[in-house]
Design a protein around this ligand. Structure first.
Ligand code: TXA
Ligand code: MG
Length: 318
């Protein structure tokens, strides 16, 4: 499967451009927008298929959890649980180049694909006036990784985004050059504050604010390496992959034209399958511990990310 070829609109940083970007986001489109760190590749974080398309457009071989962007701390509080230390950091550094990984609220209404099935969500309130304006106008939380093809350099200008993703996304909102130029600093709480990724906000500023040193979890991108994420999502039930049919006592998670308890995509559409993956795994998990057989999923396009995740979910538990 190849990503749909489309005409990518280059939108100007004026009222009409921002309005168009907000409309496209609400219609399930992918819109790249400037933040003070790097350009993000945005999608409505409540829309499973839109979020799945982010991975498809970037050609990501795995589902890493994405950062959700909102315009205010108040909007962030509707999505996640803030403890005292999280409140303190948000109060000091938002809007700005800081991302907080926090417990997801049950009624947050985000696509499970955004947090790759985890019980936490990464939240950020960007400072860039265009990002602020767009998020307010769109009125939905926006999932956005950096707007580059997987494995390539993060974009700090609209033409970088165009060079990498033109034809694969609906639009780029042109806000000139990003001031910070590196991704946001990511802090998690486990439950004590831990640095998950060094970035645009100096660690010294964070420790000064907290009045205590930060423990360091991992260098680089935190959880991007396979297996690095200790708590990656897996159902309790045993899973058997590449199953043509369910054996007696098994439940079938289907793909394509098969009789199944739940089907990732009856028509064999990989974008739809990615959009349904974590929701279906959660549903099966809630439905008991009878073993789960999974239909073969073709290993191209988004199928690679789906298979990566299924293999990890099926791996022996530690
Ligand atoms: O500056 C930035 O942060 C840019 C702009 C666009 O805002 N965004 C960005 O997103 O860098 P992305 O998707 O490239 O980085 C997301 C990283 C993941 O690789 C992971 O390390 C961390 O955020 N992350 C997201 N959700 C997480 C979670 N629930 N638990 C742990 N880490 C998480
Ligand atoms: Mg990135």
């Amino acid at each position: 499967m190849t990503a749909k070829i489309m005409q990518t609109e280059l939108l100007q940083a004026d009222d009409a451009g921002i309005a168009r970007a907000a409309t496209l986001l609400n219609a399930g489109g992918l819109v790249s927008f400037p933040t003070e760190t790097v350009y993000g590749l945005g999608a409505n974080a409540r829309d499973d298929v839109a979020v799945a398309r982010i991975y498809e457009a970037k050609g990501r071989p795995s589902f890493n959890p994405l950062i959700v962007h909102v315009p205010t701390l108040e909007a962030a509080r509707a999505l996640a649980v803030f403890d005292d230390q999280a409140e303190r950091l948000a109060g000091a550094f938002w809007p700005g180049p800081l991302t907080l990984v926090l417990p997801l609220k049950e009624d947050a209404g985000l696509s499970p694909l955004v947090s790759a099935g985890l019980a936490t969500v990464a939240l950020r309130v960007p400072e860039h006036p265009l990002a602020q304006n767009l998020l307010t106008r769109a009125g939905v939380p926006v999932a956005a990784p950096s707007a580059n093809p997987s494995g390539r350099i993060s974009p700090t200008q609209a033409d970088h985004v165009m060079a990498g993703l033109s034809g694969r996304i609906e639009a780029v909102l042109d806000g000139g050059t990003c001031g910070v130029g590196v991704e946001s600093t990511i802090v998690g709480f486990a439950p004590h504050p831990v640095l998950l990724r060094a970035g645009g906000l100096p660690v010294e500023a964070i420790t000064a604010c907290l009045g205590a040193p930060l423990s360091v979890h991992a260098q680089g991108d935190g959880v991007t390496a396979p297996g690095q994420l200790a708590s990656h999502y897996a159902p309790t039930a045993a899973m058997r992959l590449n199953a043509d049919r369910a054996r007696p006592g098994e439940r079938l998670l289907g793909f394509g034209a098969v009789e199944a308890d739940l089907n990732l995509s009856p028509s064999g559409d990989l974008v739809e399958a990615a959009a349904n993956l974590f929701r279906h795994l959660h549903t099966l998990d809630a439905g008991g511990d009878a073993p789960i057989a999974v239909s073969p999923v073709p290993d191209h396009g988004l199928g690679r990310a789906i298979n990566d995740r299924l293999r990890r979910a099926a791996a022996p538990r530690v």
